[in-house]
Design a protein around this ligand. Structure first.
Ligand code: NA7
Length: 543
């Protein structure tokens, strides 16, 4: 199946000729596909470049076993086409990567987007031509293209991070990162497999491969709070109900902080009795996905007593599932608040540690010293392995932008400008980089729900520039400074800046510790953007 979705590079053969478009989109994933659609609808000529062999971005690259949504499938799909909503049958409540990739291919075909996409085409750089007011984009194969607007729909978690372990290339067996899983798969059956990392990717992967490997060694640095996903197939009747309630589903999503289907309970956990509080905890625990996180008492997601009360509830759920109390305690998170990191959902993760052929190695206690030809060596022991899998996460948000060598006014690079953290106005625009929309830096939460209104806003801003006879739009330095100050000050108050995670760049050694996305909820962000456009693009210079 996977092979048949792969395609050769499309577009004109490289003749040295520079192609010209109104907008160039880097990335043909969830936001790239919708950007193509939306911008074309507004009459722009568009071209997307993607280094993948197929469309889908995250859902093209993350082919590791177990990879799936933690959002309800029907809350994740595009909402812009009623026909698409009615035609597409999600098979499971939390759909897996192969189906997600099929969906995005279906969208590309249905809306005839492929003719605007050049696959297997890695963008290596983009320079703003100050005379012509356009971006010139360079590709690895020497191809060049020009566009008035440049859209980086490169995803927030697309630049895979593999720690710089000594001896990493000495390992004799196959190894890979979860985000670059080979299309042909990895043969793990009966093998001694080591997995480094226990974030959302590691948790999904470990649960799945534990069913087939000969022996599994999990190298864990930080224990996570993980909650049951409770996935299942969607039966025909439910399918019909879903299809008839899309307006309600999307309305609900648009009202919540992270654009998920779940609304917090407006009561404080501490305002009700212990019995009542635990009754809700238990009830939510039986529900699917993020409900136990995002439908909980509102103050569970604020630092303080309620948060710790719920954290202890989750810790006890972990203890109940792991037979060996010593192993259980290693799996119980004690060094960060519940919800300060992304909550991985799981389908049997903790039971994996009850298998005789699974070993949990705590690499905070005994750090990894090096990779050897035979496996992984911590300061205490060497673990012999046939395969190593790095589930070690991503250089989030700015990592993919830094790789692009984007040069704005005066040849200044975005990489240098963002070295201390992203310097943008609302995540989308950066002073000195006219007509560049960094949509990957502005999107967070239930991805498509956040991306659609963002892409709509950017597309309308582009149309405004065109229709008013302007040639450039750029954030002012003042608007950008105020935004950065807002991110720093208000970001410090939100739960997700309280732990060491990709949200704040703390997973990458040497990376500045800054909230990489907006501290605002999705409805607030939409309102802010809409106010800016309603006020004649306040905070932007239109020239
Ligand atoms: P994450 O959530 O960043 O997890 C990466 C994991 O790798 C995490 O357990 C890290 O431990 C571990 N890690 C990273 N570097 C090392 C080193 N040097 N040694 C040992 N362990 C290490 O990435 P995921 O891919 O799981 O998830 C990313 C997002 O994708 C997720 O939020 C979803 O939205 C989808 P740490 O916790 O830093 O101690």
């Amino acid at each position: 199946m996977v092979e048949s979705l792969q395609q050769p590079a499309t577009g004109p053969a490289d003749s040295g000729e520079i192609e010209r478009f109104d907008a160039i989109i880097i990335g043909a994933g969830v936001t790239g596909l919708y950007s193509l659609y939306r911008m074309r609808e507004l009459g722009f000529t568009v071209q997307a470049f993607d280094d993948g062999g197929g469309v889908g971005g995250t859902w093209y690259w993350n082919r590791y076993p177990g990879c799936r949504f933690d959002s309800e499938s029907y809350s994740y799909g595009y909402s812009f086409s009623e026909e698409l909503l009615q035609e597409w049958d999600w098979k499971e409540h939390y759909s897996a990567q192969p189906e997600n990739e099929r969906y995005l291919n279906y969208v590309a075909d249905k809306f005839d987007l492929r003719k605007h996409i050049r696959l297997n085409s890695r963008v290596t750089g983009a320079t703003f031509d100050e005379e012509a007011n356009c971006w010139e984009v360079r590709l690895e194969d020497g191809h060049r293209a020009r566009g008035q607007f440049l859209i980086t729909s490169v995803g927030i978690l697309s630049s895979g991070y593999v720690p710089d372990f000594e001896g990493i290339h000495d390992f004799k067996g196959p190894w890979c990162h979860t985000g670059k899983w080979p299309a042909e798969g990895m043969d793990l059956a009966g093998k001694r497999v080591g997995v480094i990392g226990t974030g959302a990717s590691g948790v999904q992967l470990i649960t799945e491969i534990a069913k087939e490997v000969g022996h599994l060694t999990v190298f864990q640095r930080t224990a996570n709070y993980c909650a049951p996903l409770r996935n299942g197939p969607i039966d025909d009747q439910t399918q019909q109900e879903i299809k008839s309630s899309y307006p309600d589903i999307f309305k609900k999503c648009m009202e919540t902080p992270g654009s998920f289907m779940h609304q917090f309970d407006p009561r404080s956990a501490m305002s009700v009795s212990k019995e009542e509080r635990h009754a809700l905890y238990e009830e939510l625990w039986q529900e699917g996905g993020f409900k136990k996180w995002l439908s909980n008492f509102y103050d569970v997601m604020l630092p303080g007593e309620a948060n710790e009360d719920y954290a202890e509830f989750v810790r006890n759920k972990i203890r109940e599932r792991v037979h060996d109390p010593v192993v259980a305690e290693k799996l119980v998170p004690k060094d960060h608040m519940f919800g300060s990191k992304r909550l991985p959902c799981e389908s049997g993760y903790y039971e994996v540690y009850n298998q005789d052929n699974v070993l949990l190695v705590d690499v905070r206690e005994a750090p990894i010293e090096r990779i050897t030809p035979k496996g992984v060596k911590t300061i205490e022991a060497e673990y012999e392995l046939d395969v190593i899998i790095y589930a070690t996460g991503f250089d989030a948000v700015t990592g993919s932008l830094a790789k692009l060598d984007i040069k704005g006014i005066g040849g200044k690079t975005l990489k240098d400008k963002f070295a201390g953290g992203p310097r943008t106005y609302m995540g989308v625009s950066s002073a000195g980089f006219p007509n560049l929309f960094t949509i990957n830096a502005a999107s967070v939460g239930n991805f498509v729900r956040a991306a659609e209104p963002l892409v709509d806003w950017v597309s309308e801003a582009m149309a405004h520039v065109r229709d008013h006879g302007h040639s450039r739009i750029t954030a002012t330095v003042e608007a950008e400074d105020a935004w950065v100050q807002h991110v720093n000050e208000d970001g410090a108050k939100v739960l997700r800046t309280q732990a060491n995670s990709w949200f704040v760049g703390a997973n990458i050694p040497g990376k500045a510790r800054v909230l990489l996305t907006a501290p605002d909820t999705a409805p607030v962000m939409r309102a802010k953007r809409n106010a800016v456009s309603a006020n004649g693009y306040e905070g932007f210079i239109l020239e």
